[in-house]
Design a protein around this ligand. Sequence first.
Ligand code: ADP
Ligand code: MG
Length: 269
Amino acid sequence: ADALPMPKSTRIFTVANQKGGVGKTTTTVNLAAALARAGARVLVIDLDPQGNASTALGVEHRSETVSVYDVIINDVPVAEAIQKSPEFAALYCVPATIHLAGAEIELVSLVAREQRLRRALDTFLDESPEPFHFVFIDCPPSLGLLTINAFVAAREVLIPIQCEYYALEGLSQLLKNIELIEKHLNPTLSVSTILLTMYDGRTNLANQVAQDVRDHFPSEVLNAVIPRSVRISEAPSYGQTVISYDTNSPGSISYLEAAAEIARRGAPA
Ligand code: ADP
Ligand code: MG
């Protein structure tokens, strides 16, 4: 593979869409793996109580594991919760455990409840002896305090969109919420990247939705499109990303292309 340009300072993405099942987690872990494979140092923060990103990356996330819950609620340093991926040398994950399900409520009464992830992450990145190139935060399918923490900690939002009929409907609500965050909590946030997922080019509907999304967001939508692929959906049950599970499959290649595009485009101005 050709070398990809690496960012000078850490690019922090929140992968968000309040709809479930659109490919947030799949996109998070596979882009992270693709970039790590290209030589980047990458951190995934699993912010969904389901812990699917932790599962797909093959890291421990039993209930007693030190996790993102301890970071956000108990002020445990990120460095104490971080685990190394068994697949890629420079890929790391802060796992989510079942405890995170209670965090949404526990956060309500905490000081600086919207800023807790940002503070922990900034401290970690500042103190890290080797810089990270990319951070991806995998969000739950809701717009609660966990997702707000992710928006406040990030500089870029990556929205995966499933090519189906209702795709654009939920999007305007999401964009309104992101605008509110920009205005009140994080002026540096921008929607830099939109990725079309679970694309089935044989259907007119998928083509129509893809065209609509490109018309609305000409500079955000990546050229790479993620096809519907059984190999992509099988990989997590082996604790793997499709990048290592079946490197040469169309699904893996599409994520490698998307990752290369993200790296080449660079951070938004
Ligand atoms: P979310 O995190 O938005 O809820 P997931 O990434 O967990 O969505 O994806 C939902 C389901 O769809 C999972 O079972 C996943 O394995 C499957 N999936 C995701 N992307 C694809 C794809 N491109 N092709 C086939 N199945 C996919
Ligand atoms: Mg998910």
